[in-house]
Every structure is written in structure tokens, then in C-alpha cells.
Design a protein around this ligand. Structure first.
Ligand SMILES: *Cc1c(COP(=O)(O)O)cnc(C)c1O
Length: 342
């Protein structure tokens, strides 16, 4: 593990915030130069988000020491990249078509990003990935279910990479709630270099709060904690998410609704003449192939319906990515498509 951490991070003298030095109940807090007039947000938030981690840990079946909360998943991916990759020297591997932020974050951090495309059936090309590893390869980022293709990556393929690569495997499970029992979190103890990244933005419906979650070996979490901005999750996000995480039955109900709608939307889309292929999905969106994706995209947007045009991505020629919405929204989409000429 130590060889994977940049020397400057290994030797980091972390900032110790006023609020993290003092434990217990404060009655007179004169340590942080806060404004004493109470307005609900005048105090700095808990830098370790203890209450939130207790609840998330309970929901995910992990301990708080295995959890890091970030300002969105992007904040976590960026942190991990800065932890492991020396700018100008080190490299990561990604498997396009996949989430665009990986390459952008690599570019921002001056980390070389090697792309090993998925196979045409959207499975991992394990041999090519392992053949692309060199001594500077510090991280492989995998996304399962993958965005924008929607499929889960095969357990055996992820296992092969975990077993044959000595660096960090960052497994982005942003959509895993839509695919029950698919998470690698229960197996985390077998793979100390596995970092699983999840989010409250999708199935939990809190995109506006910006809460990403890393689940990893406590030693990794400790290093990432030493690097993160001390107050990286604001008070309102901590409070609001905690309240929303309370109602697990509402979460299940809405998840079931979206899974039903995903199935219905898939069936209805397949019946349309202008649709060439609807790819099966383990996430909350469908990748749909059209003869003329740009025309369909424009026509939909003229009617106020916005989808994601992925037709210029490798292996996604002709494809639009469509999020599963409310029944009424999905009907509006289906209606609009029905009225288009092939
Ligand atoms: C939406 C998404 C995320 C979530 O990002 P947040 O910053 O947590 O909102 C992460 N990874 C992938 C692949 C996504 O599609």
C-alpha cells in the first residue's frame, strides 16, 4: 500500500481543525473563530461526519472507519487520484465508453490516462487491460453498472483484475442500488486494494446535496481523510441527508417504481419503428440506438425533452442515453418518439 501512495502524501502533516481536536460536548466554543450568534449554520460542521457515517454504515453493512464521505463522487475520485498518482509520471487505466469525469480528472491532475475500450458486448477486455499495465500504472477505474452502457461488469472479470493488478482498483458503483446484490462491498475484505465508490445522488435522490461515498480498507480511508479539506461536507448536506436516509421504506418503494418503469420503457421503446436497439440495463437509464440520433435528439429537445446524446462515444454510435423518469415523463418521451417519422 505504501508504494501506491505519493511520497508527499505519505509524509503529509495533515491540517488539524479546531473541531477535530476537541471531542465531547462544548458549552463555550471559543476555539474556531466562529460567529457566536446562533442561526443554525454559524458553527463549523463535523469534519468526520460521524452521525452520517453511522447511518450510512448501518445501511451498507460497513464500519465508520471504512467510510469516507466526499463532496460528490467526483470529489472522492479526485482525492484518490491525487493520493496515488504523481503528476507527469503516473498513469491510470479507464475502459471507455464510460463516465467522462475519469479522463477529465486525470487531465486536470496531469495523470496519463490509458483507454482500453470495452468489447463490443460492453464487457471488459481483461487481457488488454492487464497488458496495458506498466510500473507507473497506479489505478484502474471500473464502472459497474457502467455509464452510459448500463450493464454490470462480470464478476469473474473484475476478480481477474483485482487478482492480477497490484495497484488500486477503483470500482464506481454509482448505480448499484438499481441492481440488487451486485455490489462488491461484501467482498471488500478479500481485496485490500479495492476502493468502492458509491453516491447518494442517484437511487437515494440527493444529487443536490453532493454526497459521494468511498468504502475501503480503514488504512486507505485514514490516508484519504488526512488529505481531504477538513470541512468537505457542509452542515446542511449532513443534516438533510441524515433525515432523508431515515426512511428506507420510501427508498425501496421509489426504487421499485423506477425498476418497473425501466422495464416498461424498455418494452415500449422496442416496439417503436425508429428504435434500432434498446440495450438491457442494470441502472436507471437505457442506452437506445437510433438510425439518426442527432435528428431524434433535436426533435425531442424542441419539445422540451432532454436526453443525453452519446452517439459520438466509441461503441455507442447512434445512441442516446435516456434516464428513467416518472411514469408521466416516460409517457411524454414515448409519445414524442411515436410521432417521429422513421
Ligand atoms: C452520476 C455518477 C456519479 C455520481 O457522481 P456524484 O458526484 O456523486 O453526483 C458517479 N459515477 C458515475 C459513473 C455516475 O454516472
Amino acid at each position: 500500500m505504501n508504494n501506491l501512495i505519493r511520497p508527499n502524501i505519505r509524509n503529509l502533516q495533515a491540517y488539524s481543525s479546531a473541531r477535530s481536536e476537541f471531542e465531547g460536548n462544548t458549552s463555550v466554543a471559543l476555539d474556531a473563530n466562529e460567529n457566536p450568534f446562533g442561526n443554525g449554520v454559524n458553527r463549523y460542521p463535523d469534519p468526520l461526519q460521524r452521525a452520517l457515517k453511522a447511518r450510512i454504515g448501518q445501511l451498507k453493512g460497513v464500519g465508520p472507519a471504512e467510510l469516507l464521505i466526499g463532496n460528490g463522487s467526483d470529489g472522492i475520485i479526485d482525492l484518490l487520484m491525487r493520493c496515488c498518482c504523481v503528476p507527469g509520471t503516473d498513469e491510470i487505466i479507464i475502459t471507455p465508453p464510460t463516465y467522462g469525469m475519469y479522463a477529465v480528472l486525470a487531465q486536470i491532475n496531469d495523470v496519463r490516462c490509458t483507454a482500453v475500450p470495452l468489447n463490443t458486448d460492453f464487457s471488459l477486455n481483461v487481457d488488454a487491460i492487464l497488458a496495458s499495465v506498466n510500473p507507473n500504472t497506479k489505478m484502474i477505474i471500473l464502472c459497474s453498472p457502467n455509464n452510459p452502457t448500463g450493464n454490470l461488469l462480470a464478476v469473474e472479470d473484475i476478480g481477474m483484475i483485482l487478482n492480477h493488478f497490484n495497484g488500486i482498483v477503483l470500482l464506481d458503483e454509482a448505480y448499484v442500488d438499481f441492481s440488487p446484490d451486485a455490489s462488491w462491498v461484501p467482498r471488500r475484505k478479500d481485496f485490500p486494494n479495492l476502493v468502492v465508490c458509491q453516491t447518494l445522488s442517484k437511487a437515494w435522490g440527493m444529487a443536490g446535496l453532493r454526497l459521494g461515498i468511498a468504502i475501503a480498507d480503514p488504512e486507505w480511508i485514514a490516508v484519504l481523510n488526512s488529505m481531504k479539506p477538513p470541512y468537505n461536507v457542509n452542515q446542511l448536506s449532513q443534516e438533510r441527508s441524515l433525515a432523508l436516509l431515515e426512511d428506507e421504506s420510501l427508498f425501496r418503494e421509489r426504487l421499485d417504481y423506477l425498476l418497473c418503469e425501466r422495464k416498461r420503457l424498455l418494452t415500449k421503446l422496442q416496439e417503436l419503428d425508429i428504435v434500432l436497439v434498446v440495450f438491457p440495463s442494470d441502472a436507471n437509464f437505457l442506452l437506445v440506438k437510433f438510425e439518426k440520433p442527432d435528428v431524434v435528439y433535436r426533435c425531442l429537445s424542441e419539445q422540451g425533452i432532454i436526453v443525453r446524446n452519446r452517439s459520438r462515444e466509441p461503441l455507442c454510435e447512434g445512441c442516446l442515453r435516456i434516464t428513467v423518469g416518472l411514469q408521466s415523463e416516460n409517457d411524454a418521451l414515448l409519445n414524442a418518439l411515436q410521432n417521429m417519422k422513421p
